[in-house]
Design a binder for this molecule. Structure first.
Ligand code: UFG
Length: 336
């Protein structure tokens, strides 16, 4: 039996494919390579004794998807594949709804058709917006502030309804801010164009691709004035997916939403400091205005993941920066 990993060539999907292999599972990746590289799946195969099967197909192609289920003995699914740029989603809302919701619905259809009932879904802490209470707990109110965020919110709802009606067992994992890379330095994040996220920008500054980092606001109500997030090592996150599949296999039923974070909040300036330590050089930066749509601070309450999945993150900010830098240093232009 095998686990189907949609979007398995992407940043989190590729690290998860490796973690699944290490945990003894057979892995089939499906990816359309719209926002990922074949070189990522080459790296995954190199790290997994060439055992991971890679299928190039679009999840919106129902026939291709049914064929994947027919050709392979799939008994579990992890669904990463989605458009994920917040700003782009505001410009192209229909593309985001069509792709992210259409693929989730098509995937559930294919699962039901093939008699597969266990699904782990890639959700986001963006469904909390700026929570009233932090660390944020899974029962906090949810919503969204961008079409991208709404696709995560709506996909969770679609899966709750599908789980109830169609006898599926689903875990929606709400990720905080994934950073870092595989310790080999052969697998990591390779954003298209100029990155939006903090750590990819920091590392591109460190490697000389960008001149300096713009820090979006130092007038937040936080100890150093910069915004606070819960950065989590991508390998910890990947292992959280293995734990979620194990929990489903061991009888976790219905639809469950779980935070995957560290519970530790770090400010932008703290991240810059940790990155400078890892790189061994200062990261030039300039304080500019706040970025529209940003929240002040969020970090996860992690007890529910520990209780339900028996999982906790293990790697600290220094390890995240060390591994992200190792990847960027060895691959200054990512997979290109
Ligand atoms: N930041 C900068 N300069 C940059 C980039 C980011 O100062 O060049 C700051 C941001 O203002 C924010 C922090 O660094 O305070 C983290 O920003 P990221 O873009 O890395 O992460 P976000 O928390 O803003 O974004 C994350 C996910 C999205 C998700 C979003 C919801 O990456 O997928 O949370 O708010 F939609």
């Amino acid at each position: 039996m095998a686990v189907l990993v949609t979007g398995g060539a992407g940043y989190i999907g590729s690290h998860t494919a490796v973690a699944l292999h290490e945990a003894g599972r057979d892995v089939v990746v499906i990816d359309n390579f719209a926002n990922s590289s074949r070189k990522a799946t080459d790296a995954v195969r190199a790290l997994t004794a060439d055992s991971v099967v890679v299928v190039e197909a679009d999840l919106l192609d129902g026939e291709a998807l049914a064929e994947v289920f027919a050709d392979h003995d799939i008994d579990e699914v992890i669904h990463f594949a989605a458009h994920k740029a917040v700003g782009e989603s505001v410009q192209k809302p229909l593309d985001y709804y069509r792709n992210n919701l259409g693929s989730t619905i098509g995937l559930v259809d294919a699962m039901v058709g093939a008699g597969v009932s266990r699904l782990v879904f890639s959700s986001s802490c963006t469904v909390y917006g700026q929570p009233d209470e932090i660390p944020v707990v899974e029962t906090a109110p949810t919503g969204a502030e961008s079409p991208y965020g709404w696709t995560k919110y709506m996909s969770e709802q679609i899966l709750r309804d599908a789980a109830a009606a169609l006898d599926l067992d689903v875990v929606s994992l709400r990720y905080f801010n994934p950073v870092g890379a595989h310790e080999s330095g052969t697998l990591g994040e390779d954003p298209n164009g100029i990155p939006n996220n903090l750590v990819p920008v920091v590392m591109q500054v460190a490697v000389g691709r960008l001149e300096k980092l713009m820090v979006f606001g130092d007038d937040y109500d936080t100890p150093d004035g910069t915004a606070i997030r819960d950065y989590i090592h991508v390998v910890d996150l990947a292992e959280g997916h293995v734990a979620a599949l194990d929990a489903l296999a061991n009888g976790l039923a219905g639809c469950t939403a779980i935070n995957l974070g560290t519970g530790v909040g770090s400010s932008v300036l703290e991240v810059i400091g940790a990155a400078a330590d890892a790189v061994g050089a200062a990261i030039p930066y300039e304080i500019v205005d706040r970025r529209a749509g940003d929240i002040e601070q969020i970090y996860a309450r992690t007890e529910y993941a520990a209780e339900v999945l028996g999982w906790r993150s293990e790697r600290d900010l220094a390890a995240m920066m060390r591994d992200h830098w190792n990847w960027q240093r060895k691959n200054p232009n990512g997979f290109h």
